[in-house]
Design a protein around this ligand. Structure first.
Ligand code: 13P
Length: 251
């Protein structure tokens, strides 16, 4: 079964609305002819409405970087799935390692967030990945098993393939250290096996991205791996030139 490659940029806490508008003006002409690849940008809450507006009718989809699982309530500073859907936001990236490490995001919360997002009509990218220490002591598979089994636990079987998984080894994020093709393929195919434990058919549909220091010069090789269906890009998504070069490598 063929899966459409997917390139998503994660801006993290970068870009004011003004800077985001400048970026999009530079990006759209560069990606308008790239065929056979889905493109998304995960942007700060404050830029969501402007980016939805500026990308309307283009191939670029707009994602948020977090949300709360509750429909509403006394959760100061949080945003619900319905609030994102109301803005015509296409999706949300959940469980990024920075949210897990710096903001105490748990697998238990993600088990509620993933189905809440899907029910609100949002697409989901669920991030997983091990630290350098976990890899060295042979705990990579255990970590990925927990993160994927719990993150997908309350997702109905027939919707499993709708959830994009991003395998981002924490030691490769923002470090310039990129996983070797062998490391990336091994981890990503393990992620697919975990989805297959629930449904083989859905695992064939599931798109799994690699993230961690993906750049134009290494993207082609990583995306060509049998189980890698694209990339989640941090630093190289902040400028239209390298980001569009990665989109072109996937097209
Ligand atoms: P870098 O591409 O900057 O390593 O970041 C990866 C990432 O965390 C994307 O979510």
């Amino acid at each position: 079964m063929s899966r459409t490659p997917f390139i998503a940029g994660n801006w993290k806490m970068h870009k004011t609305v003004d800077e985001a508008e400048q970026f999009i003006a530079g990006l759209l002409p560069r990606v308008s002819t790239a065929d056979g690849v889905d493109v998304a940008l995960c942007v700060p809450y404050t830029a969501l409405a402007a980016m939805v507006d500026s990308t309307r009718g283009s191939r670029v989809e707009v994602y948020a970087q977090n949300m709360h699982f509750a429909e509403q309530g006394a959760y100061t500073g949080e945003v619900s799935a319905a609030m994102l859907a109301e803005l015509d936001v296409h999706g949300v990236v959940l469980g990024h390692s920075e949210r897990r490490e710096l903001f105490a995001e748990t697998d238990k919360a993600l088990a509620l967030k993933v189905p809440a997002a899907l029910e609100a009509g949002l697409k989901v990218i669920l991030c997983v990945g091990e630290t350098e220490e976990e890899r060295e002591r042979g705990d990579m598979q255990r970590k990925l098993r927990h993160q994927i089994q719990e993150g997908l636990e309350k997702v109905p079987t027939e919707r499993l393939g709708d959830v994009v998984i991003a395998y981002e080894p924490i030691w490769a994020i923002g470090t310039g250290l990129v996983a070797t093709p062998e490391q990336a393929q091994e981890a990503v195919s393990f992620c697919r096996d975990l989805v297959a434990d629930r449904s083989k058919e859905q695992a064939e549909r599931t798109r799994i991205l690699y993230g961690g220091s993906m750049k134009p010069d290494n993207a082609g090789e990583l995306i060509a791996l049998p189980d890698v269906d694209g990339g989640l890009i941090g630093g190289a998504s902040l400028d239209p030139q390298p980001f569009s070069a990665i989109v072109a490598a996937a097209a």
